[in-house]
Write a protein that binds this ligand. Structure first.
Ligand SMILES: [Fe+2]
Length: 341
């Protein structure tokens, strides 16, 4: 009793094991070092184990894969779902390496063959698993921070371009909102959506090299001026082509003015030769531009923009992308949240 009070840190262990002999042996092994402060809770069935997890947090879970109410790898998954940040050490009855390795792939931190190894092996495995889980968690958090910083940096770059061009302030952000919604509608996974959002937020980055007097010109542009503005997609590509993104951001930027029938620029690409992300940004770009004020005209409104997409789906715009976009508006499932700055 006194030892329990003096123990500076306790290690709470959940042992899910239906064999009373094995459970007793584990308890003995842990009690060999009372100074480590092991506090064990036993469960005979998976269901009991999950109940225990719901009641209190554990530092580690020792898990037998063959229980009265659960067998095999599904057992690991059930425990992982209930306690995703608690390390699991699998206890295998036989020296079955294949199952044990599969359990590790499924998310277990370590495995031990029951009846083999001594108390020190078990305790070392527990300490190692807790430490590794903590390190993994820290890595995950720092990766998440880095990802957020990247996203914010790219957004800052996007804003920088828009600061020069008051008429298109917020344009890229709104294009990103719509492009992401279309990507989601098309079944993109989160990872791919993230790339699509990044590409959208800087799709006009090349405009940084275009004189702002052209971008803000109230009247019609001359052919020469328009030709110069059209260079922004290649300039954007050149600016970011050497950045080692995990997504093809530079290509997204280069191809966002390409059209399905080959009438776009800069390369006159057709159909599937155009990156799907660029086909999405293209549709979102047309909608956002037509729905907003421009130096040379007032906003045409969302209905005119949707009509443009509808009339030219298949010819200028990817039919699946167009359909997904039109459906979003039809079902009232999308509206721009970013305001004009
Ligand atoms: Fe553009």
């Amino acid at each position: 009793m006194i030892i329990a009070h003096m123990t500076p840190k306790q290690i709470h262990v959940l042992i899910i094991e239906d064999n009373p002999g094995d459970a007793r042996l584990i308890e003995l092994m842990l009690s060999e070092r009372p100074e480590d402060g092991y506090q064990s809770v036993f469960a005979v069935r998976l269901g009991d184990g999950l109940d225990a997890i719901a009641k209190q947090p554990f530092d580690v879970i020792l898990l037998d894969l063959s229980l009265p109410d659960s067998h095999g790898l599904g057992t690991v998954q059930s425990v992982l779902d209930a306690a995703p940040s608690t390390p699991i050490i699998v206890l295998t009855g036989l020296a079955d390496d294949t199952t044990a390795l599969a359990a590790m792939k499924a998310g277990a931190q370590d495995y031990l063959a029951k009846g083999q190894g001594d108390g020190e092996t078990l305790r070392r495995s527990i300490r190692y698993s807790i430490e590794r889980m903590r390190t993994d968690e820290e890595k995950r958090e720092s990766g998440e921070r880095l990802r957020r910083a990247l996203m914010q940096t790219i957004q800052a770059v996007g804003l920088t371009i828009e600061k020069r061009d008051p008429y298109t302030a917020g344009h890229q952000q709104r294009v990103a909102e719509l492009a992401s919604a279309i990507g989601r509608e098309l079944g993109f996974e989160e990872e791919r959506l993230e790339g699509l959002e990044l590409g959208s937020v800087i799709h006009d980055i090349g405009k940084i090299a275009i004189p702002s007097s052209f971008l803000n010109k109230p009247g019609r542009l001359t052919d020469t001026e328009f030709a110069l503005i059209k260079t922004h997609s290649v300039i954007g590509f050149d600016i970011i082509k050497d950045v080692e993104f995990t997504w093809p951001i530079a290509k997204m930027v280069r191809q966002h003015h390409e059209r399905m029938d080959g009438s776009g620029y800069p390369d006159g690409l057709k159909g599937d030769d155009i990156l799907l992300e660029s086909r999405i940004i293209c549709v979102a770009d047309v909608i956002e531009s037509m729905a907003s004020n421009r130096p040379y005209r007032a906003a045409l409104g969302i209905n005119v923009a949707l009509d443009e997409i509808s009339r030219n789906q298949g010819r200028l715009y990817d039919p699946d992308v167009a359909k997904a976009c039109l459906k979003l508006f039809e079902d009232n499932r999308f509206s721009f949240t970013t305001q004009v700055l």
